[in-house]
Design a protein around this ligand. Structure first.
Ligand SMILES: NC(=O)c1ccc[n+]([C@@H]2O[C@H](COP(=O)([O-])OP(=O)(O)OC[C@H]3O[C@@H](n4cnc5c(N)ncnc54)[C@H](OP(=O)(O)O)[C@@H]3O)[C@@H](O)[C@H]2O)c1
Length: 240
């Protein structure tokens, strides 16, 4: 897809991967709607990036908030080409000690939020595909290597990212005939604020968010005739 002049929504745009994705897509000439709860951070990004970055306060666990955000996109622009479902968090610890609140926040953000945002994006993308008989849009889901292998201390996070893997595969198969590409990313450790939130030690040799942003641009720019449906990225140095 030629990205210039197209429109993207990035969830969790206020830090880490989402911020790097937003900046990279903006650099490619896209109009980017950055969604997150910390509007002050998004406003700072808007100051730096200028007009084609739109800061949208949104909590992906809140249906009304998501609907408002997508309505805003629809009102401002007459198209939606890319959705990056990136908002997410981990809360790590002993399996039996994880609280119902920790279970809910991870499931609601990492799984429910991703599904609801995608459901809100699909009608516009499908209509675009029908209109031009080509590619209607591209949805990119950010899972994790935790969606491929279970490990001690990250059980609920594992559960959410395995769910992202399942729904991504189903979406890919169901939406491809409608002219919508779906790609799932499975990154290993990336240097962001993720470890602070998760209560874990980060990997000192983690990848940089920009490494993934470069790969995202490559995946999105692939010609219409093929789809990169899965991307696994790991740091070269093994943790520990
Ligand atoms: N860093 C890693 O090692 C790593 C590895 C594999 C996968 N991932 C995945 O990558 C994604 C991004 O994480 P990151 O590493 O960039 O961590 P991060 O720096 O902590 O960023 C997380 C982002 O998610 C947003 N977010 C969290 N809850 C939200 C909610 N309810 N509504 C809207 N936005 C919400 C945060 O924004 P607000 O707080 O402002 O709302 C923030 O922008 C996550 O899905 C994570 O699971 C990370």
């Amino acid at each position: 897809m030629d990205l210039s002049g197209k429109v993207a929504v990035v969830t969790g745009a206020s830090s880490g991967l989402g911020k790097a994705f937003s900046m990279a897509l903006h650099h490619e000439g896209m109009t980017v709607f950055g969604l997150a709860r910390r509007k002050d951070r998004l406003d700072e990004m808007a100051k730096v990036l200028g007009e084609r970055f739109v800061a949208v306060e949104c909590d992906v666990t809140d249906d009304e908030s998501l609907q408002k955000a997508f309505a805003h996109v629809g009102k401002t622009m007459d198209r939606l080409d890319v959705l990056v479902n990136n908002a997410g968090l981990g809360q790590f610890g002993d399996f039996e000690a994880l609280t119902p609140e920790q279970l809910d926040v991870q499931l609601d953000t990492n799984v429910r939020g991703l599904i609801r945002a995608s459901q809100l994006a699909v009608p516009t993308m499908a209509a675009q595909a029908q209109k031009n008989g080509g590619l209607g849009g591209h949805i990119v889901n950010i899972a994790s290597v935790a969606g491929l292998v279970g490990n001690p201390q990250i059980s609920v996070y594992n559960a959410t990212k395995f769910a992202v893997r399942g729904v991504s595969e189903a979406m890919m198969k169901e939406l491809r005939p409608q002219g919508i590409k779906v790609t799932c990313f499975y990154p290993g450790s990336v240097e962001t604020e993720f470890a602070d939130v998760a209560g874990s030690k980060g990997n000192p040799d983690a990848m940089h968010a920009e490494d993934l942003a470069d790969t995202l641009v490559h995946v999105l720019k692939a010609p219409r005739r093929y789809l990169i449906s899965e991307v696994v990225m790991r740091p070269m140095t093994v943790k520990g």
